[in-house]
Write a protein that binds this ligand. Structure first.
Ligand SMILES: [Zn+2]
Length: 62
């Protein structure tokens, strides 16, 4: 029986776009879209910034 299939598939070195460039924390694609820069870069996440900082654009610039 294999009813429970975990969402975490082992990804081998793909694009690092969904990773916080500041602390290395993994984030979702949607998170980057909302809080990251237009080119897909993300310089802050909830692990290293507050939600307030992110809303003020803290994740869009180094
Ligand atoms: Zn971070």
């Amino acid at each position: 029986m294999d009813a429970l299939s975990p969402q975490e598939a082992p990804t081998k070195r793909r694009s690092a776009n969904r990773q916080c460039q500041n602390c290395g924390h993994y984030v979702t694609k949607q998170f980057v879209r909302v809080f990251g820069a237009n080119d897909g870069s993300l310089y802050g996440c909830l692990s290293c910034l507050t939600l307030r900082d992110l809303r003020e654009g803290g994740g869009k610039q180094p």
